[in-house]
Design a protein around this ligand. Sequence first.
Ligand code: ATP
Length: 248
Amino acid sequence: MTSGPLLELDAVEVSYGGAIRALSGVSVAVPAGAFVALIGANGAGKTTTLKAAANLLPVDRGAVTAGRISFEGEDVTHQPVHRLVRRGLVLAPEGRRCFRSLTVEENLITGALGRSSTRAEQREDLDKIYALFPRLTEVRRSPAGLVSGGEQQMVAIGRALASRPRVLLLDEPSMGLAPLVVEHIFRALKRLTTESGLAILVAEQNAAIALRHADRAVVLENGRTALEGDAKALAARGDVKAFYLGRA
Ligand code: ATP
């Protein structure tokens, strides 16, 4: 264990083949237990950054071409996904993907399939997820495809949590959801980091909500880290307000 950040991206560059350079210098540090927001306009490189960290770039074309990704100080830039997951680096992708015909509870259980867990451990994981999102208790036996968008997002997060991550990478959890639901989800995420020591890196187009709840934030512009710092301090800057928070 090092005293540095748990997850660190240092000057990472990603190419999608040919002349398309999606990232051209992204640096992000995620300390243990921190809630870090990755904000930026459409196409700034937020999703690509998360996929690079999780080694989930499209195999046929996307690749990290420069820079370094480290986990607990060790270079993991090209480490296979299953090994990253086993170490505790887990991505919950955009679009709240779940198995639509399985029940909510079955979906949550699938999150733990990658590791060997006893029934008691499984129960413990489920109890924690239901404590975090009490709403899911009420719909536990419903097919995931039939519950609301907010509940599906909670299922997607719950599934990722069932794999017991140490760093959770979360892509655009607010997408398509009502403001109150988004607020509820971000509060739960913040609580997770403070109470369980989990670190979260959330990519979010909704900068206002992300900066309100995160400890630190990274602003991406055209595939580069443009700003990095305390989330509240960034939210107070005139340029951040004007470009990302919709007011000067
Ligand atoms: P959004 O909020 O729209 O998802 P983003 O900040 O997450 O935006 P990315 O999706 O990471 O941005 O895209 C960064 C750049 O990489 C964009 O120019 C995009 O067109 C390009 N890109 C993303 N995925 C691919 C892909 N599979 N193949 C080729 N180019 C891609």
